[in-house]
Design a protein around this ligand. Structure first.
Ligand code: VGL
Ligand code: ZN
Length: 202
C-alpha cells in the first residue's frame, strides 16, 4: 500500500481508445487488468474521461479539407485533428467495461468546451484553463502521483508534464500505458517526460 500522500491517476481508459474504438490505441485494452490490480495499492484513485461535445473543434470532420492526424492552427496553438471520438454520452466515451470504475473516487472530465481541446488532466490545451484536479489533490494532501492509461504520447504525457510543473513527484508506469505514436511522438514524449523529472518505470 502506498502512503496517503500518493494518488493513482488513470487517464482516459475509454472504449474509443481501445481496439474497435474511433481512435483506437494498439493494445489499449491490454492494460486494464494491471490498472485494476494497481488500484488496490492507493488510497486516492482518480479517473479522467475525455468528454467532447458533438462537433468538437479537435475533430477533423469540423475542418473542411482536413483529414484526421493533420494539424490546424488554433488561437491557443497547433492542434492535431482527430477522428470524432469520446462524444459525451456515447458508447465510445464510456469507460472500458472491465475497468474498475467504482474504485475511482473522482472522475475528471475534460475537453468539454467546443473550442478548445484538453489532453492534460490539469489544464486545457491553452495551458492556463484549469480542470480543478490540482486543487482536489492538494486538498487531499497528495504530493506524489502515479500515472497510467491512454495515450502515452498525448493525454498521459501532457498530464505528466503539467503535474511535474505543478510540483508533484510523478511516476509513469510505462507498462500500464499505450501510445498512438504519430511521427515519433512516443519517443519524443518519453524524452520530454524524463527531461521534466518524471520517473518512467517498468
Ligand atoms: C487523447 C487524442 C485526443 C488521449 C484524447 O486520451 O490521449 N488523444 N483526445
Ligand atoms: Zn479527445
Amino acid at each position: 500500500m502506498h502512503p496517503d500522500n500518493e494518488a493513482l491517476i488513470v487517464i482516459d481508459m475509454q472504449n474509443d481508445f481501445c481496439p474497435g474504438g474511433a481512435l483506437a490505441v494498439e493494445d489499449g485494452d491490454a492494460i486494464v487488468p494491471g490498472i485494476n490490480a494497481l488500484m488496490d495499492d492507493f488510497t486516492c484513485v482518480v479517473l479522467t474521461q475525455d468528454w467532447h461535445p458533438a462537433g468538437h473543434s479537435s475533430f477533423a470532420s469540423q475542418h473542411a479539407g482536413k483529414a484526421p492526424f493533420e494539424t490546424v492552427e488554433m488561437p491557443y496553438g497547433t492542434q492535431v485533428l482527430w477522428p470524432d471520438h469520446c462524444v459525451q454520452g456515447s458508447e465510445g466515451a464510456t469507460f472500458h467495461r472491465d475497468l474498475r470504475i467504482d474504485a475511482g473516487q473522482l472522475i475528471i472530465r475534460k475537453g468539454f468546451r467546443a473550442g478548445i481541446d484538453s489532453y492534460s488532466a490539469f489544464f486545457e490545451n491553452d495551458q492556463t484553463t484549469p480542470t480543478g484536479l490540482d486543487g482536489y489533490l492538494r486538498s487531499r494532501g497528495v504530493t506524489r502521483l502515479t500515472l497510467v492509461g491512454l495515450a502515452t504520447d498525448f493525454c498521459v504525457q501532457y498530464s505528466a508534464l503539467d503535474a511535474a510543473r505543478l510540483g508533484f513527484a510523478v511516476t509513469l508506469r510505462d507498462d500500464l500505458c499505450r501510445g498512438i505514436d504519430l511521427d515519433g511522438s512516443l519517443d519524443a514524449a518519453r524524452h520530454a517526460m524524463r527531461a521534466a523529472g518524471v520517473e518512467i518505470s517498468a
